[in-house]
Design a protein around this ligand. Structure first.
Ligand code: ADP
Ligand code: MG
Length: 626
């Protein structure tokens, strides 16, 4: 047997790093600014430990584009490097000085927000540059160093007379990467990746007007001055303590995140944990209404204030991707595929934590100010219902604050609802019947009938409600949902003393085929029922089960029903005078007219009468009253 070490030739690996390290070339700037930020953070840390004495001076990082000379400069005033350190940290690929620093200052630097990790970021410079220079001088009493490398594994390193502390990286931009010599492009990258990084970053200058002195004349012009253009906010709201923030701070941070968004968020949730993982962030509930097609992917993911992605799939539970805001966690492993992420234990914990925080926040809003919660319900229900459907842990909590509004504008929790209808709305098996409507206008006549009998009708109109209803029926005992137009109220809520039919069995046997003959083209199932005499002579209903399956299919999931047509039952009210009249009319012509008229009235009440049928109905009505 023999053992040994695999020998990797640098000449072969280097081009690979250049090409495949990151799929996105633009991240070179993020990496170099991250290094500059780390160098400055380290300096501040050493100063706080007393290892560096005296004033640190200005620590602003500067980015400069020199289009003519085809160069980009990234300049910091951080710890810098000695020649020896350049040897160690730069010349040894995949040796991370950041890791080493964290190791050395284990206890104190744990939360310092050092970004670097793998010791590869620096080399991303070669994705856009044909030559890279480092000019650096350490905070230690040592001369400066000058390193130059043209992308081959050979470099030069020599002493130089740089006077100021810190590091300047000079990228000689490759001809394939000319886009990065455009100021607008760099500005865009800074906005995307560095907007909230912890050390101020300067990019060019801007004109600013000085405030007018007190008592200045109305037409006085304020003086313009040129100031540094700082592109970032080093202390974004999520990095601050919740106790130090007011409602207004959260709102203004929202505007900072989404400058093009004019509507204010409904409320926010400040995330803040240290153990067993580190995570901070702020989530906002936007107004959602019933719109499921709103843009997802509005949550931004950061690691130590560096923007990583706005695709949080796999990290945040699906139902929360409807929210907005930021999440910052150095503990999310992003170097693995998304499908692997979902199985990762740490990510699972993070996802569970976020779900729990959202549920707790909603619960406390509900308890603290029920009225305000009810007012927001219409805008937040989609997220809550979606969560109840997809996350069992969320369902358990949300069951206590999820609301069921009635068509009268009352709001009940599920338990309250059960309590309030338990004596009135049951079927013959004592099952509770929860009547609901999905559209107040379209189902108006049905709602009215139910209300006249003293029943409560819920208004459930969110796009995923049929899925939730299905779930509630499966998990709660002895309840059943029924849409008001799903069947006649008398059939749904059956009492012992079912009203008796005014027609004899014999008469009924005559009536049914009589009607079926006239309306045979509509494909209705005819049903005779002794309804209230105040109910219409004919009523159209749509079987609850079929309709619900169809709806569920339209919003994802639920059976293989194909594109099935709507199906209606025609319920004939045998207690209605007009039905008696139909039975007793002698002339066939008149009989048919009455049946047709009764059917059209039923359709009309449900907004189903259209086109030629409507014209005929009007003509027939005119004839009848002539
Ligand atoms: P990482 O940041 O993951 O450690 P990099 O390849 O980005 O890896 O950088 C390698 C090392 O080079 C850093 O850890 C740091 O020690 C050193 N370094 C890079 N840029 C700077 C800089 N601007 N100032 C001081 N040291 C730097
Ligand atoms: Mg780095």
């Amino acid at each position: 047997m023999s053992t040994g070490k695999i020998n990797v030739a640098v000449e072969n690996i280097f081009p690979l790093i250049k090409k495949f390290l990151y799929s996105d070339h633009e991240i070179f700037l993020r990496e170099l600014i991250s290094n500059a930020t780390d160098a400055t953070t380290k300096l501040q840390h050493l100063s706080s430990l007393g290892e560096i004495k005296g004033d640190l001076g200005d620590l602003t990082i500067e980015v400069k584009v020199d289009k003519k000379a085809k160069k980009i400069h990234i300049i910091d005033q951080g710890v810098g490097m000695t020649e020896e350190e350049v040897q160690k940290y730069i010349n040894e690929v995949a040796f991370s000085g950041a890791e080493e620093f964290l190791e050395q200052y284990k206890d104190s630097a744990k939360d310092s927000g050092i970004i670097g990790h793998f010791g590869l970021g620096f080399y991303s410079a070669f994705m856009v540059a044909e030559k890279v220079e480092i000019l650096t001088r350490s905070h230690k009493e040592e001369p400066g160093a000058h390193w130059v490398c043209d992308g081959s594994p050979e470099y030069t390193l020599e002493t130089t007379d740089k006077e100021s502390r810190g590091t300047e990286i000079i990228l000689h931009i490759d001809k394939d990467s000319k886009e990065f010599l455009e100021e607008a492009r760099i500005k865009e990258l800074l906005q995307k990746y560095n907007k909230f990084m912890p050390i101020p970053i300067k990019f060019g200058t801007k004109e600013e007007s000085l405030p007018l002195p007190e008592g200045a004349a109305e037409d006085a012009k304020s003086e313009m001055v040129t100031v540094d253009n700082i592109i970032n906010n080093p202390n974004p709201a999520w990095t601050q303590k919740p106790a130090d923030l007011k409602e207004e701070n959260y709102k203004s941070f929202y505007r900072e995140l989404y400058p093009m968004q004019f509507e204010e968020p409904l409320f926010n949730i400040h995330l803040n944990v240290d153990y067993p993982f580190k995570l901070t962030g702020i989530l906002y509930f936007p107004r959602l209404n019933n719109d499921l097609n709103i843009q997802k992917d509005r949550i931004q993911l950061y690691q130590n204030q560096v923007f990583v992605t706005d695709n949080v799939e796999g990290i945040v539970p699906e139902f929360l991707t409807l929210l907005r805001g930021v999440i910052d966690s150095p503990d999310i492993p992003l170097n693995v595929s998304r499908s692997y992420l979902q199985a990762d234990g740490a990510v699972k914990k993070i996802s569970n934590y976020i779900t729990r925080k959202v549920a707790d926040k909603l619960s406390s809003l509900f308890k603290k100010d029920r009225k305000a919660f009810e007012e927001k319900w219409n805008d937040i229900k989609v997220v809550i219902e979606y969560g109840m459907l997809s996350e069992d842990k969320f369902y358990e909590k949300a069951d206590n604050f999820a609301l069921y509004p009635t068509t009268e504008g009352e709001y009940f929790t599920f338990e309250e609802l059960k309590e309030s209808i338990k004596d009135l709305q049951t079927d013959k098996d004592d099952k509770l019947i929860l009547l609901y409507a999905s559209d107040i206008d379209a189902q108006h006549s049905y709602i009215e009938q139910a209300k006249n009998k003293g029943y409560k009708v819920l208004l459930l109109d969110s796009p995923i409600i049929s899925h939730l209803i299905q779930k509630l029926e499966g998990s709660k005992e002895n309840i059943s949902f029924a849409r008001v137009d799903g069947d006649t109220i008398e059939n749904l809520i059956k009492k012992e003393e079912t009203s008796v039919s005014k027609l004899t069995d014999e008469e009924k046997e005559k009536l049914k085929p009589m009607i079926e003959e006239v309306i045979k083209e509509g494909g209705y199932t005819v049903q005779l029922e002794p309804l209230d005499s105040s109910t219409l002579p004919f009523v159209l209903t749509q079987p609850e089960f079929m309709r619900r399956m169809k709806e569920m299919q339209q919003t994802g999931g639920g059976g293989m029903m194909g594109n099935m047509p709507d199906m209606y039952n025609l319920v004939v009210n045998t207690n209605h005078e007009l039905v008696g009249q139909i039975l007793n009319t002698k002339t066939q012509k008149k009989k048919e007219r009455l049946i047709q008229q009764a059917l059209d009235l039923a359709k009309l009440s449900q907004n189903l009468l259209k086109g030629e049928a409507l014209t005929q109905f009007i003509q027939r009505s005119v004839d009848l009253i002539k």
